[in-house]
Design a protein around this ligand. Structure first.
Ligand SMILES: C[S@@+](CC[C@H](N)C(=O)[O-])C[C@H]1O[C@@H](n2cnc3c(N)ncnc32)[C@H](O)[C@@H]1O
Length: 274
């Protein structure tokens, strides 16, 4: 029997709830079977999670936020964050990139984290409280229906989450909707070489492990263009499996998605905010 999109999303939610519980209960780290960082063997753990941040950044975050880090890059190093910016992190997990962004944009800026998993939101809120920041807000929701108004965000960041979406065109259209004209994307994600078919990607790892659902470089570029982006850059940074890479994704919003023939997605009726 094939897995429906809802079942797949529920599997992702369950898996990351487990990761959040592991950190909250004081297990050494959140990386367990089936999560993104488990895509590689232990000797290559530096390819995922807290190891991708420098010492200076570790000093700016609570230890639990670093332990909960499950990303495949460091979007705060990719995104060009400026004082006063409003930043949105899609799939914010334990909050590491939201906390680092909040420091970068300063008290006149805002950092939002969006996640669908209650356990991750609880952990992130605890980490934010510990960091003493007041310009951080965590929202409950899915990245395919972002609970924020149109043109309300300057920069969208994300760390190893878009590959986990069951509807990537909807995510890209939603990013475009919430960004102001000239708004930027600075994302880390797993991306496949164009030569790999979806079946070949699935042979290299699971969907919840951030491998099977990865877009190819060409699919990412075409999806961003269709969603109204220009100055698109999808660049491999480190290989995580044969033909699969941690990558940085950058783009600038220059037109509305509907202008390029994409459906406009309505925001969720209820924000579910903090
Ligand atoms: C691989 S972890 C990355 C977490 C965080 N970005 C980091 O770098 O540590 C994926 C996170 O995205 C969330 N997530 C996955 N799919 C999502 C979706 N469709 N909508 C909202 N959150 C999602 C999960 O709950 C989890 O917290």
């Amino acid at each position: 029997m094939s897995t429906t999109a809802d079942e797949l999303r529920e599997e992702v939610r369950r898996r990351y709830a487990e990761s959040a519980r592991a950190v909250s209960e004081g297990s050494a780290g959140s990386c367990g079977s089936g999560s993104c960082c488990a895509a590689v063997d232990e000797s290559e753990a530096r390819l995922f999670g807290g190891a991708l941040y420098d010492d200076g950044q570790h000093e700016q975050i609570p230890e639990a936020a670093a332990l909960a880090s499950l990303g495949c890059g460091n979007p705060t190093a990719v995104a060009d964050l400026r004082e006063g910016d409003t930043v949105l992190d899609l799939g914010s997990g334990g909050g590491i990139d939201v906390i680092l962004s909040a420091r970068r944009v300063g008290p006149t800026g805002i950092a939002y984290g969006l996640d669908m998993t209650d356990e991750m939101l609880a952990l992130a809120r605890q980490n934010a409280a510990e960091s003493g920041l007041t310009n951080v807000h965590f929202l409950k929701g899915v990245i395919e229906q972002i609970p924020l108004p149109a043109a309300s965000v300057d920069v969208v960041i994300s760390n190893c989450v878009i590959n986990l979406s069951v509807d990537k065109p909807a995510v890209l259209a939603e990013i475009s909707r919430v960004l102001r004209p000239g708004g930027r994307i600075g994302v880390s994600d797993v991306v496949a070489e164009n030569r790999l078919s979806p079946e070949q990607r699935a042979e290299r790892g699971s969907f919840v492990g951030c491998i099977a659902g990865a877009l190819s470089k060409g699919e990412y570029e075409a999806g961003l263009e269709a969603a109204g982006f220009d100055q698109i850059l999808v660049e491999f940074t480190h290989q995580v499996a044969d033909g699969m890479h941690g990558a940085i994704v950058k783009a600038v919003k220059t037109s509305e998605p509907e202008a390029r023939g994409l459906p406009v997605i309505q925001p969720a009726a209820k924000a579910g905010c903090c």
